[in-house]
Design a protein around this ligand. Sequence first.
Ligand SMILES: C[S@@+](CC[C@H](N)C(=O)[O-])C[C@H]1O[C@@H](n2cnc3c(N)ncnc32)[C@H](O)[C@@H]1O
Length: 313
Amino acid sequence: MEDFLHETVLLNEAVEALQIKPEGVYVDGTYGRGGHSQMILQKFEQFPESGHLLVIDKDPSALADAKQRFAEQAHTYIYRGSFAEIEQALADTGWEKPADGILLDLGVSSPQLDDAERGFSFRRDGPLDMRMDTEKGISAAEWLAKVDEQELITILKEYGEERFAKRIARAILRERETQAITTTQRLASIVAQAVPTREQGKDPATRTFQAIRIQINHELDDLKACLDASLDVLAIGGRLVVISFHSLEDRIVKRFMREQSLGDQYPHDLPIRHVDVNARMKLVGKPVKASKEEVKSNPRSRSAIMRIAEKLA
Ligand SMILES: C[S@@+](CC[C@H](N)C(=O)[O-])C[C@H]1O[C@@H](n2cnc3c(N)ncnc32)[C@H](O)[C@@H]1O
C-alpha cells in the first residue's frame, strides 16, 4: 500500500483550544493520519497520570494507521465508525467518564484525495467511489446510476451551491444512458462540458464533486448528530473544537454554538433572568483561521475556520 501523507491544519491552535489537563478524556473524532492525536498524546506526557484518548475515523486506512501507531499506547481507544456515534464510542471504551474535549477536523484527508483509487479527486483518474468507509453504503458511481433528476439537482444546489445544477444534472442523466459513469475523469469532463462559464481559479467539477461526496458520506447529518451528542457527552467545562473547510459545515457549527450559547429563546420584552435561559455552552474567543505562514506552506489550510465552545451545564 502506498504511503500518503496528511499535513495537519491548525495543529497547535486546535490542541491548545482543547486545554488538555491531567487525567482528562479527549476525543479525536477525525483521526485522518493522527496529527492532532499525536500532539494530544504528547501533552499527556507532561502529566504524571496520563489522560485518555478516543480516536474515531470511518476510513479503514486511517484506522489501520491508528492501530499501527497507537494500539499499544495505554489509555488510547480506537473506534471504527462515524463521529455521529460518539456516545456509543465513548461507552465502548469502558472509561465511564464524560469527555473533557472533542475535536473535529472535518472533511477529507490528503491521503483520501491523493489516492486515485478512492475516487475523491477530479484531478486523478480512478473509480468513482468517494466513500470514506469503503465497506459501507454505496459508491458515487452506484448512486449516480440511479438518482433521479430532481434529487440530483437538489443535491448539487444544496451541497455544492452549484448554480448550473440543472444543466449538470441533465448532462449526467443523458450521458449515463449511453454508458455508465464509473470514473472520476469521465464525471469531471461531463461537468466541464455542461457548464457555460467557469469560476476563476476553480475546476468546473469542484462543486459537483463536493456535493456528491457530502451526499455519499452523509457528512452534514453526521456533523449535526455529533454536535447534538456533544451536549450529552461533554463534562462541564469540556471543550468542543471544530475545524470546517467550507461554508456549509461552518454554518452548521456556527449556528449550533450560537444557539447553545443563547439558550432558550423568549420574546424580548419578557423579564427573564440570565440564569433562566439555560444556555448550555459558551463561545470561546473568535473563530480562528490559519496564519499566513501556514497557508503558504499548506494551501489546504486557506479555507479552514476553527470554532470553539465550552460546555456550561
Ligand atoms: C481532515 S482529515 C483529519 C486529519 C487529522 N486531523 C490529522 O491531523 O491527520 C478528516 C478525517 O475525518 C474522517 N471523517 C470525516 N467524517 C467523518 C465522520 N463522520 N466520522 C468519522 N470520521 C470521519 C475522514 O475519513 C478523514 O480521515
